[in-house]
Design a protein. Structure first.
Length: 356
């Protein structure tokens, strides 16, 4: 039986150590990413989406650091020697602790096994190099091969054309172009092609359609969905756009104040909305067929992670808040279908206390 996950985080905590104090950007998050799925993390700015995603490839911005928990990557064992610290868990699956990888192992792991399209990735293109030159440099750095230069160049060109074809770009034209000659949508598709270049099994997409028009956004997401379905590449999507999540994601995690408030299949999340914050996010999303006057905003301001509430981080803004929410951190509740929620409303101990 094939192991169902690609990545798992277990009670991971990530701190940013500043001069005068430490900020906990991610607080005891346990997240499982199903193999072959598109999993989305949604939430307001500062909720910890990007921090938890970069932890998966051990690429957290300085001075961020994993201080507790584990980041586990499940693979077939092909590159055990390059990864190190791999442990076999069944006949077909090995697990590696990403947080224990050294610099050399991470250099091999990133791009080849897991890659990332960063937010504002359009600015990542080198304005002084053609697209082909940048493809060539990427493959040269991450693939240590004794192949002769001419033969390696032919290999890079062949692969470059393949990935540009996948994202529906004219390879004959685009490979010769510089960044300034590409439109915004073309730049974004080139960056997705970069992420596919070394045939990774997992891609992180951090707001991949920022600053693009709605039509281009939809076009790019359809390309990503096609890549996921046809090539089986697992994807983690970070976004504010709940509408995009409903249309393209298989699983959804809702982040707030550095915590995973709710996680489940997209259908379960939108149908049940167990956590009050999830309900608020979905209820505040505009629709072309819904009555705009019935939209509801979430009251108050996002939580300040420098000064977290004593109890639930969402309590000051929650319309279902009761006394226990203000004084005690909630425990995670798991349902038989795999759905999970971090809320006192689903604790047996809470029953009867909600109207104190």
């Amino acid at each position: 039986m094939e192991y169902p996950f690609v990545f798992e985080t277990k009670n991971i905590c990530i701190d940013y150590q500043l001069k005068k104090y430490s900020l906990r950007a991610v607080n005891k998050v346990s997240l499982s990413i199903h193999k072959g799925s598109i999993t989305a993390l949604v939430g307001e700015s500062g909720s910890g989406k990007t921090t938890i995603a970069t932890a998966l490839i051990n690429c957290i911005s300085e001075p961020g650091k994993i201080v507790e928990g584990e980041v586990l990557y499940y693979h077939d064992g092909t590159y055990n020697q390059q990864f190190g610290n791999a442990k076999q868990i069944d006949d077909h699956t090995y697990v590696t602790h990403v947080e224990k990888m050294d610099t050399q192992q991470l250099n091999f792991f990133r791009w080849l096994e897991a890659s990332m399209v960063f937010q504002g990735a359009q600015s990542a293109l080198n304005p002084l190099m053609t697209i082909f030159e940048q493809f060539f440099e990427t493959m040269r750095v991450h693939q240590n091969t004794p192949m002769p230069y001419k033969k390696f160049k032919e290999k890079v060109e062949k692969r470059s054309r393949e990935v540009l074809d996948i994202v529906n770009l004219d390879s004959d034209r685009v490979l010769k172009m510089y960044a300034h000659e590409l439109s915004g949508g073309m730049k974004q598709r080139v960056m997705i092609a970069f992420a596919l270049l070394l045939q990774p099994k997992f891609i992180i997409l951090d707001e991949p359609t920022t600053a693009l028009d709605v039509i281009t956004q939809d076009y790019i997401f359809k390309i990503l969905q096609k890549i996921n379905r046809e090539q089986g590449i697992t994807m983690l999507l970070l976004t504010h756009d709940v509408g995009i999540v409903a249309k393209f994601a298989d699983y959804v995690g809702v982040m707030y104040g550095g915590q995973l408030m709710e996680f489940g299949t997209t259908m379960d999340i939108f149908k049940q909305r167990l956590h009050p914050y999830t309900d608020g996010l979905i209820s505040s999303t505009p629709s072309i067929i819904a009555d705009v006057s019935k939209l509801e905003s979430i009251p108050g301001n996002p939580v300040d992670i420098r000064n977290l509430p004593l109890g639930c981080v969402f309590a000051p803004r929650c319309h279902k808040c009761f006394h226990r929410c203000e004084i005690e951190r909630p425990h995670r509740h798991y349902f038989p279908n795999g759905h999970q929620v971090l809320c006192h409303l689903y604790s047996e101990k809470t029953k009867g206390d909600q109207h104190e």
